[in-house]
Design a protein around this ligand. Structure first.
Ligand SMILES: C[S@@+](CC[C@H](N)C(=O)[O-])C[C@H]1O[C@@H](n2cnc3c(N)ncnc32)[C@H](O)[C@@H]1O
Length: 308
């Protein structure tokens, strides 16, 4: 039976109808999506939702809720409807101009922090980092989620964040300002690390301790296999790395080798099948201590290496 939109309903009924409508449309994570949309229109939190199942929702709230449910059922991502996504315990504004931050990208932050701490231990220093003396570049910052997570963990670090998309940089800048990190992160429009070359003169080279990136890595040839939420609603510049997908890694790794100081770290997110094409790019004397870290699904997700 198709889900009916009531004129007014209690919270429990509205939630059940929402889940039913999304399930009929084969929306993944239907319960979570219905909950998030109901929380969004009621401006409440999850505790309230389950503590007040009998509360009657007014017709206007029900109307807004069903309007969002129908857009979700038609393929719009939940995060575009609510305008936000959590990453590393921080809330980020998301718009169709930026990639929606993914949970697996948090592995990049973990690997970067672990490897920076190990570096301190190797030098006989306290592994508890504040970021003092560290200069970091986040390449392809999108919503700014990686730069902001690092600013949270390494408040004394100097962080540069680049993107080729001015619209994405505007979102990242707003996120940094709202979260309170705008003084810690400098945003630059740049293709990969291009904008840093003129800044690095022979007398004062701009060298990084960490270059970190979640570059676009989906192959254009995979377009038809992507879920509609991704293919039709997330920006192509954030998704596609080229026909195969791994094309941007080569230039990114070459540029990172030029811009990292000796002992500096490169931390890259990998696509689900990028490893065989990308790992060999680090088989040069410029790189050592190359590690691959799997995500929770067992997919090789993070490639990290140290500049010799
Ligand atoms: C996969 S998204 C990652 C966004 C964000 N860092 C995250 O992890 O959610 C890739 C980002 O790289 C940007 N981008 C694409 N090509 C680029 C290039 N040549 N130079 C710099 N940024 C680029 C896109 O605009 C997009 O914001």
């Amino acid at each position: 039976m198709p889900a009916q939109q009531s004129k007014s309903a209690d919270v429990r009924t509205a939630l059940k109808q929402g889940i039913h409508l999304l399930r009929e449309a084969h929306v993944p994570s239907d319960t979570l999506a219905a909950e998030l949309l109901l929380l969004h229109v009621t401006h409440r939190d999850r505790t309230w939702l389950y503590a007040h199942p009998e509360e009657i929702l007014d017709p206007q709230t029900i109307e807004s809720y069903f309007s969002l449910l129908r857009r979700r059922a038609a393929g719009e991502p939940t995060q575009h409807l609510t305008g936000k996504q959590e990453f590393w315990g921080l809330e980020f504004e998301v718009t169709p101009d930026v990639l929606i931050p993914r949970p697996e990208t948090e592995h990049l932050i973990e690997v970067a922090l672990d490897r920076l701490a190990v570096r301190e231990l190797r030098h006989g220093r306290d592994p508890k980092l504040t970021g003092e003396g560290l200069t970091i570049a986040d390449i392809g910052t999108g919503s700014g989620c990686i730069a902001a997570a690092l600013a949270k963990e390494l408040p004394a670090a100097i962080i540069y964040a680049t993107d080729i998309s001015p619209a994405a940089l505007a979102v990242a800048q707003r996120n940094a300002t709202r979260i309170g990190f705008s003084d810690h992160i400098a945003f630059l429009k740049s293709s990969l690390l291009d904008s840093f070359s003129p800044l690095a003169t022979r007398h004062s080279p701009l060298l990084f301790d960490l270059v970190i990136s979640n570059p676009p890595y989906i192959g254009r040839k995979e377009t038809s296999t992507l879920p509609i939420e991704v293919r039709d609603h997330e920006p192509a510049t954030a998704l596609y790395g080229g026909e195969e997908g791994y094309e941007l890694y080569c230039q990114l790794i070459l540029q990172a080798a030029r811009h990292l100081r000796s002992g500096g770290l490169l931390v890259l997110e990998l696509g689900h099948d990028s490893l065989p094409a990308v790992r060999p790019l680090l088989d040069t004397p410029k790189w050592t201590n190359v590690h691959v870290t799997n995500d929770l699904a067992g997919i090789p997700r993070v490639l990290s290496a140290e500049r010799t």
